[in-house]
Design a protein around this ligand. Sequence first.
Ligand code: NJP
Length: 251
Amino acid sequence: MLDMTGKTVVITGASRGIGEAAAHIFAAAGANVVLTARSAGQIGAIADAIGDNALAVTCDVSRFADVKAVIDAAVAKFGSVDVLINNAGVIEPIGPLIESDPDEWGHVIDVNLKGVYYGMRAVMPLMVAQGGGTVLTISSGAAHRAIEGWAHYCASKAGAKMMTEALHQEAAGQGIRAIGLSPGTVATQMQREIKSSGINAVSKLNWDDHIPPEWVARTLLWMCSQDADDFLGEEVSLRDVEIRKRASVFG
Ligand code: NJP
């Protein structure tokens, strides 16, 4: 396991699912972890269970002031931010474009795309000043192809994928490592929401088809290692057997 002792990792959407699993893996690797989400009780309980090297900060990623406050709180407590994991995301309301509510549609863009931008914008000055850092952004296969009932989600994830590329282009020379991760389908609350929609082939998958969130978390840890430098500015996919091997997700 990569040794993250002395490093500080900020994880958005850490109240459950992939973000919660990531908090546990990074803490086990020795990192200080900063858990953020809207559910104060849940992130507080997870941070308490992890111990002194965990901090919970309530945050709605669709508000820049909240995201900036998280970065400031991380620096105040641990002295730096070495890794930002842009993981918070929503998919509801799933449904046909023709029936979509413009405000609800826009909220998905606010969280999944603008939330990613806010994270990058808040952490970049700090990372550049400290000589570098890693920004990992959870993308999706939906960034690459349209899926029925998911126009908002596909558009937001395509935008988030572009943000990784843009960050790499502008800041790789200043030591910022930007990589995206398309996890495949993962056994979390989001897949329960997809299943209950009954729309499109993804909602028809069996629960056993989904990978556990711990595989994604382990991949995020590997993405902080030099071995993942081959993929800077790109997106890796956990459907790719080569990536699974390099990230040791089976081990
Ligand atoms: O989903 P879920 P996952 N501000 O629903 C938080 C992507 N992905 O772990 O605020 C701040 O269990 C929410 O916390 P709370 C997906 O698009 C997944 O699967 O307390 N946080 C919770 O912690 C997403 O980017 C699959 O409600 C906000 C977390 O987000 C990432 O993986 C496939 C927030 C969502 O946890 C993690 O999703 C794929 C806000 N405004 C990509 N709104 C998959 N599961 O199959 C929500 O390709 N959160």
